[in-house]
Design a protein around this ligand. Structure first.
Ligand SMILES: C[S@@+](CC[C@H](N)C(=O)[O-])C[C@H]1O[C@@H](n2cnc3c(N)ncnc32)[C@H](O)[C@@H]1O
Length: 222
């Protein structure tokens, strides 16, 4: 099945709110667990960059799991950054260790500091030109920066995409179900991601399929 792109930014407030209110508890807790599985024994400390952070759920989860980190989340959608900052005001546990920057990747005003890890969940499939993500990672990662990118996997056809929506988003709003379907069609296949990594000089990273709808890219730039 050919890739069908979707709008890059989730700028529409109702779309951003549907996303922020969706139940990603299981999926997102598995992202944090998967990070631990790919980097066993690592107790992260220092600065973490979360690219395409949306309303910040993954940023906050990492900040709770690793008390010695500070997370900078970056997203191009004003609606998402607004929701992320509203949540920050409610999250007493992580205090000032989580902050958000509104900015389009590439070009966002991301601080040039040393990052212990660069993480990203569900940004890649939004990008019309996927090089944007890999070039940003290559730019901001040092030799020891742990890189962890999770995203959807494009299914072989629309029937399988519909099946995945019915199986995993049965109780969700129509807005979220539509977004999930469109996102599956916009996602990449593992061999496409491998080609993107090679083109960006990131051959040190590995691509792994971790479920019927997710892949993970992990490793260090070297
Ligand atoms: C599906 S959401 C994922 C949010 C979050 N990472 C999570 O896992 O909950 C994708 C986010 O990427 C953002 N995005 C898409 N293209 C972007 C770009 N070029 N620069 C910055 N943010 C972008 C969208 O606005 C949206 O908030």
């Amino acid at each position: 099945m050919q890739r069908v792109t979707e709008p890059e930014l989730m700028n529409d407030l109702s779309q951003a709110m549907a996303y922020a209110e969706a139940d990603f508890d299981e999926a997102h807790s598995r992202i944090v667990e998967a990070f631990g599985a790919y980097f066993p024994g690592v107790e992260l400390a220092g600065n973490i960059l979360d690219l395409g952070c949306g309303p910040g759920d993954i940023s906050f989860r990492f900040a709770v799991r690793f008390p010695a980190i500070s997370v900078i989340g970056v997203d191009g959608a004003a609606a998402m950054i607004e929701l992320a900052n509203q949540r920050k005001a409610r999250e007493a546990m992580t205090g000032d260790r989580v902050s958000f920057i509104k900015g389009l990747i590439p070009g966002a005003a991301i601080p040039r500091i040393s990052y212990a890890a660069i993480i990203s969940n569900s940004l890649l499939h939004h990008l019309h030109d996927p090089r944007v993500l890999w070039e940003t990672i290559a730019r901001y990662a040092g030799a020891d920066t742990l890189i962890f990118v999770a995203d959807l996997l494009r299914p072989p056809g629309t029937a399988e995409a519909r099946r995945l929506v019915d199986e995993y988003a049965a109780g969700e709003s129509e807005t979220l179900r539509r977004d999930f379907y469109n996102s599956l069609l916009a996602a990449f296949e593992p061999r496409e991601v491998e080609a993107q990594l090679a083109a960006a000089g990131l051959e040190g990273l590995s691509v792994e399929v971790i479920s019927d709808r997710h892949l993970v890219v992990h490793g260090i730039k070297g």
